[in-house]
Design a protein around this ligand. Structure first.
Ligand SMILES: C[S@@+](CC[C@H](N)C(=O)[O-])C[C@H]1O[C@@H](n2cnc3c(N)ncnc32)[C@H](O)[C@@H]1O
Length: 340
């Protein structure tokens, strides 16, 4: 059943890194209390909103009024509005500041207002509306076949695997083989290929839909010669292969969490979240099997959300190193192969 998908390749320049797009679900509730969405969106007269910044301010107010939840690559209504306005105008988020006071045309205004109202009316993640999300400033294609990327591992690859003072490895150039388990859109596999210039990356997912999206992303980043995609159950398709580094953002939401996902997250594939009753079903298997797929000097980097207490209860013998990122505390652990 294992299927390997390789495509054509050429080198791609890495886009400039920007603020990480990661978040927990946050409802917009500053200022005005969340209210039900008006059946008809308010009319905006031509010329009332003039600059990019005006449209961002308007979007933030509309999101707050409608009680929109932010869980998909932006952590708050302002970042979400900047993202949507930027996408409507084909601007990278890094370019927003430069054009914040620029005026928009009538046609552009209609496109922006349309996106704002679709975001509110559909409750779909903004990334699905524009089929794009940025991680570390790197663009990825997304649609409903795949969870919207927002893993903290993207940031940690930059902060803890760069060979610097806080680095967990000696040098990124020394990493030759990386495995991305539960790859989804392929975002982490692709970021790993950029972070470790001499590495080949294998990436696995059980969802054929997700792999179709990952295939597109790998091709768009022209990394087909370095990133190989496999269909299957965790380590199943990999035989006896061993890696210097295993990175994984597996499903880890427990049954209570699954029952209370906000509308925006219910639009995403459930199998991307569902970690079984206590959230640990997949994590347990990864912890049990990872040592058979790591080189002696290798290590496992695993995102677990808020499962730290359960993991420490169940695996007290494991010296897990808990890592923080800009927007998370102890939601990702590192463990060396020798300690597994
Ligand atoms: C939380 S998502 C992470 C996706 C991506 N790595 C990211 O960070 O955006 C988890 C992924 O695991 C996949 N998955 C679920 N169960 C799996 C299994 N048993 N083996 C491989 N992949 C699995 C889902 O299809 C989903 O794409």
């Amino acid at each position: 059943m294992a299927k390997k998908t390789k495509a054509k390749a050429a080198k791609a320049a890495r886009p400039k890194a920007a603020k990480t797009a990661v978040a927990k679900a946050k409802p917009a509730k500053r200022g005005v209390a969340a209210r039900s969405v008006a059946a008809k969106p308010p009319k905006v007269a031509p010329g009332e909103l003039v600059t990019l910044l005006d449209f961002v301010r308007y979007a933030v107010s509309r999101f707050a009024e409608a009680g929109v939840v932010f869980a998909h690559g932006t952590t708050d209504p302002i970042a979400e509005a900047v993202f949507l306005v930027g996408e409507a105008l084909h601007l990278h988020p890094d370019q927003f500041e430069m054009f914040a006071s620029a005026r928009v045309t009538t046609r552009e205004a209609a496109a922006i207002l349309g996106l704002i109202e679709r975001r509110i009316g559909s409750r779909l993640p903004a990334a699905y509306l524009v089929n794009k999300i940025y991680m570390r400033g790197v663009p990825f294609y997304v649609d409903e076949r795949v969870i919207v990327p927002r893993s903290y591992i993207g940031e940690l690859l930059d902060s803890h695997f760069d060979g610097g003072d806080t680095s967990l490895i000696d040098a990124p150039e020394a990493i030759e083989r990386v495995l991305d388990l539960c790859t989804g859109s392929g975002c982490l596999a692709i970021l790993a290929a950029y972070a470790f210039p001499n590495a080949t990356v294998d990436a696995v997912d059980l969802s054929k839909d997700a792999l179709a999206v990952a295939t597109r992303n790998v091709a768009e980043h022209r990394l087909d010669d370095r990133v190989s995609l496999y269909h299957g159950d965790l380590f199943g398709p990999l035989g006896d292969e061993r890696y210097d580094l295993i990175i994984t953002n597996p499903p880890y939401v427990d049954a209570d969490g699954m029952a209370s996902l906000p509308a925006e997250c219910r639009a995403e594939p459930a199998m991307a979240f569902d970690g079984g009753d206590d959230g640990l079903t997949i994590i347990r298997r990864i912890l049990a099997e990872a040592k058979h797929h790591l080189n002696p000097d290798g290590g496992l980097l695993c995102e677990v959300g808020r499962c730290r207490p359960q993991i420490e209860d169940e695996f007290p013998q494991l010296p897990l190193l808990w890592l923080d990122s800009e927007d998370s505390e102890a939601e990702v652990f590192w463990i060396a192969a020798a300690d597994l």
